[in-house]
Design a protein. Structure first.
Length: 212
């Protein structure tokens, strides 16, 4: 296998990871984890599916539609919003969507820790929007950092339906692969990747710990 083939394979894998672990999908993954690995797994299956789909619509589909509109009017270069200067408006809109999803969870009488996870996600993306005014921090790593924080809080607060230590370790390994992917694609440098993970973990973890 020549160097060109290796580089092409690495680039393809990095793009796959960046797409599969897109920041827009992270709240959906988080809701799925909360409903299937915590004590909430005792809820009726149909109700869990409805909550998951509604949250996905609010936190993923709506921001994606908004991004498509911005791209149509040439206000953003692409749906990945790789240009730092174009990120503020999409990020703020996404933060509002996350806040709406948090209200939906509150309306559904979800446990406070679950609602606070989504609030933490909204705070995370808002913080990233502000930081990105001066510095291109990684939203991908903030997303996976929030997922790690969710699993950790479910574990330490005794909310898990089964042992989650292995899942926590797996999420950290996935975060390492995702960070490497962002570096391989040259979307960020090492400090931007690390900063994103720290912001995501702290915002979600502290919100769930203090208010959940």
């Amino acid at each position: 296998m020549n160097r060109y083939t290796v580089n092409k394979f690495i680039a393809g894998l990095a793009n796959f990871l960046s797409t599969a672990l897109s920041p827009l999908l992270m709240p959906t993954y988080g809701v799925f984890l909360a409903l299937w690995v915590s004590i909430l797994c005792l809820l009726p299956y149909g109700r869990r599916v409805v909550i998951l789909l509604v949250c996905m619509g609010i936190t993923c589909i709506l921001p994606l539609i908004f991004l498509s509109v911005l791209r149509h009017f040439k206000l953003v270069k692409d749906l990945h919003v790789n240009v730092r200067e174009q990120r503020f408006v999409p990020y703020v809109f996404t933060s509002v969507c996350y806040a709406v999803a948090a209200y939906y969870l509150y309306y559904c009488h979800a446990p406070q820790w679950f609602t606070m996870f989504m609030v933490g996600a909204a705070i995370t993306i808002l913080v990233i929007a502000l930081i990105n005014l001066k510095w291109k921090i990684s939203a991908h790593m903030a997303g996976i950092g929030g997922i790690i924080a969710l699993i950790y809080q479910i574990h330490v607060q005794g909310l898990s339906a089964f042992e989650l230590l292995w899942m926590l370790c797996f999420a950290i390994i996935v975060a390492g692969f995702l960070g490497s992917a962002r570096l391989a694609l040259r979307r960020h440098d090492t400090w931007q990747v690390l900063a994103g993970a720290v912001v995501g973990f702290l915002c979600v973890s502290m919100t769930m710990r203090l208010f959940g």
